[in-house]
Design a protein around this ligand. Structure first.
Ligand SMILES: *[C@@H]1O[C@H](CO)[C@@H](O)[C@H](O)[C@H]1NC(C)=O
Ligand SMILES: *[C@@H]1O[C@H](CO)[C@@H](O)[C@H](O)[C@H]1NC(C)=O
Ligand SMILES: *[C@@H]1O[C@H](CO)[C@@H](O)[C@H](O)[C@H]1NC(C)=O
Ligand SMILES: *[C@@H]1O[C@H](CO)[C@@H](O)[C@H](O)[C@H]1NC(C)=O
Ligand SMILES: *[C@@H]1O[C@H](CO)[C@@H](O)[C@H](O)[C@H]1NC(C)=O
Length: 568
């Protein structure tokens, strides 16, 4: 197997980009004052939340332009709390960090309203099928992190300011347990324990995916473990831990994943055999968070098996997927749609942009890079991961920086003469939008922008690991672009809100009239944390929907008798 990006090339190219960055792209002098930016982001969060509250409250799907709600996630009509529960811990962070007493009190009121809504309205006993993965990461994750934050910073804050804390955080834990108990029956209905893609919340019957030969997305059933493990820790009941952990053994063993696939997963799996369907390998949709949760389980519970599996997957990624664009050698992660030994595609989803932050967390485990380099566990692999983390984050920043609006599309295609898409970079036979430096292109159907979080997530993590103001600069530019190009009623302070885009190339942008729940849950939260000086990456692990869980001590796990129950 050729080593696609020799490490020396990585090193030279990183010098090249510093040179390029410092000499040719004169950055605007964006205001990166943390006080100014924090207040600005607080306002954007409050504007989005207020508009939803006034015009879409209680509905899972909201169209902010027409002020319409179309339906709830369950076809039967009851809400899952899609936007409310997903947003709640962002409101909790604002409540805890804001320096403005009016905003703090406003947030306290909103948080108590949500708690009341959970008590009086939210009911998970619904006769409807829900996607297990989406429901776990957004609803179960949001309830658990809200429980964690209300039990810790929120009640502490209110005690210290002499406010009456009328909120009983137990409601979030009770709802989480109720929801989890409705999802967990899905884990013993296939022959391997790998769940089908959805489950009926009332009956517990699991249902196969209707497309893709009835397979489950590989990343979906490997992105449930943080949430269910945390619930085992909170309740002392190990069933959540055991059921969700049990998917790994069939996945690794029945496919010989380490030897035959170099630890890189095809994106579909048959639940009854654990075997892969097709050879399509990518770090974008249906692949991404498999890698994320290997590392994050290690960061959360310090189970060393998961660091070893993560290490192997990252080494496989470096061998088979890492490429550089032409002419400026932007490092990117390619796809292998026909298996590891066939031609690569230079398409990269915006979703892949979480990898910069993940590699950085894997390298330093959340402490600053200067401190990490003095630790006895610092080594060559971690140094290489760190270099790559910076490269990939820079590439993702370029996906914003080079477009007319300063916003990235859903998918880009890199200019790579050896890729399947190479000929489309010839201006004669393309209707693709080509970036000013010619390093990447956007297909007409991929020019939408859903206000996704992955790039600002990586930027936030790299800022806290380096304290390099360059990252606040990048985040501020992206924030300004969102404010300018995804706003509705932009000049009316009492009506302004934000929406997804159908087209992020043309100005004015073509609006999509849809509020994705991760705009508040993730994108605005990560931007907000980028500007909090005392935020500590070693204290929490974010689930894949940006819901924070506290890092668990080994003593607590021992006390609860929770340990890794399998091996390779
Ligand atoms: C600087 O910012 C202004 C306003 O946001 C924008 O119009 C201009 O294109 C930016 N310049 C560069 C070099 O990015
Ligand atoms: C606090 O926030 C409110 C609402 O956004 C604003 O009207 C007020 O001016 C702010 N107060 C201070 C001291 O910044
Ligand atoms: C706080 O609680 C006390 C005693 O229960 C009550 O007298 C007071 O009015 C409460 N204050 C607020 C602001 O709710
Ligand atoms: C599956 O799990 C449910 C509840 O967790 C349990 O009642 C049932 O006996 C289990 N069935 C099998 C076949 O293990
Ligand atoms: C701890 O868990 C292991 C594995 O699940 C089990 O075999 C053992 O009996 C448990 N020990 C206690 C004290 O509960």
């Amino acid at each position: 197997m050729p080593r696609l990006v020799p490490l020396i090339v990585l090193f030279v190219s990183s010098l090249a980009y510093y040179y390029y960055y410092s000499n040719f792209v004169k950055p605007n002098r964006t205001n990166i004052d943390p006080k100014f930016r924090s207040e600005q982001i607080e306002n954007v969060i409050i504007q989005t939340w207020t508009d939803y509250k006034l015009n879409g409250w209680g509905k899972d799907i909201y169209h902010p332009i027409n002020h319409r709600t179309s339906r709830n996630m369950p076809i039967s009509g009851e809400p899952l709390g899609w936007i409310i529960i997903d947003a709640l811990d962002t409101l909790l962070y604002v409540h805890s960090y804001s320096k403005n007493q009016t905003i703090k009190e406003n947030m306290q009121q909103e948080i108590e309203n949500v708690a009341d809504w959970c008590i009086n309205t939210l009911n998970y006993d619904i006769d409807t099928n829900v996607n297990i993965f989406e429901t776990t990461i957004r609803m179960l994750g949001g309830l658990l992190s809200s429980y964690y934050l209300t039990e810790t910073t929120y009640s502490h804050n209110n005690r210290s300011t002499n406010n009456n804390n009328t909120l009983d955080s137990k409601i979030f834990l009770e709802k989480a347990i109720d929801l989890a108990d409705r999802l967990i029956p899905a884990f013993n209905q296939s022959a391997t324990g790998i769940p089908y893609s959805s489950v009926n919340l009332h009956s517990g019957d699991a249902k196969r995916n209707r497309a893709d030969m009835g397979t489950s997305s590989t990343a979906e059933f490997t992105t449930l473990q943080l949430e269910f493990k945390y619930l085992s820790i909170l309740t002392g009941d190990d069933k959540y831990w055991k059921y969700t952990e049990s998917v790994y053994e069939p996945l690794y063993t029945n496919n010989n994943l380490i030897d035959l696939y170099d630890s890189l997963i095809p994106i579909y799996t048959f639940p009854n055999t654990g075997k892969f369907y097709t050879r399509n390998i990518r770090m974008g949709s249906r692949g991404d968070s498999f890698y994320e949760y290997l590392l994050k389980q290690y960061l959360f519970t310090h189970e060393t098996l998961y660091y070893q599996l993560y290490r192997k997957a990252m080494d496989g990624m470096k061998r088979h997927l890492l490429r550089q664009s032409s002419p400026n050698r932007l490092v990117y992660i390619a796809e292998r749609p026909f298996g590891l030994n066939n031609i690569h595609s230079s398409k990269m989803d915006h979703l892949v942009c979480f990898m910069g932050g993940l590699l950085a967390m894997g390298a330093t485990e959340g402490i600053t890079i200067s401190k990490a380099r003095t630790m006895d566990w610092w080594n060559y692999e971690r140094e290489q991961d760190w270099l790559l983390a910076q490269e990939l984050t820079y590439t993702c920043y370029q996906m914003y920086k080079q477009t007319p609006t300063g916003l990235a599309p859903e998918i880009v295609v890199f200019n790579d003469p050896e890729s399947a898409e190479a000929r489309r970079f010839n201006p004669k036979n393309t209707n693709w939008w080509i970036s000013p430096t010619k390093d990447f292109a956007i297909k007409p159907l991929d020019a939408h922008n859903l206000q996704r979080p992955e790039t600002v997530e990586s930027i936030m993590i790299l800022y806290h690991i380096t304290k390099d103001k360059k990252y606040r600069q990048w985040g501020a530019e992206i924030l300004d672009s969102f404010i300018k190009h995804s706003c509705i009623h932009c000049d009316e302070p009492n009506l302004i809100t934000y929406t997804s885009l159908d087209n992020m190339i043309q100005i004015p942008t073509k609006k999509k009239d849809n509020l994705e729940s991760f705009w508040i849950a993730e994108t605005l939260k990560y931007l907000y944390l980028l500007f909090q000086d005392d935020f500590d990456l070693t204290k929490v692990v974010f689930n894949t929907e940006a819901h924070p869980f506290p890092v668990i001590s080994e003593e607590l796990l021992k006390k609860l008798n929770l340990t890794t129950g399998w091996n390779i």
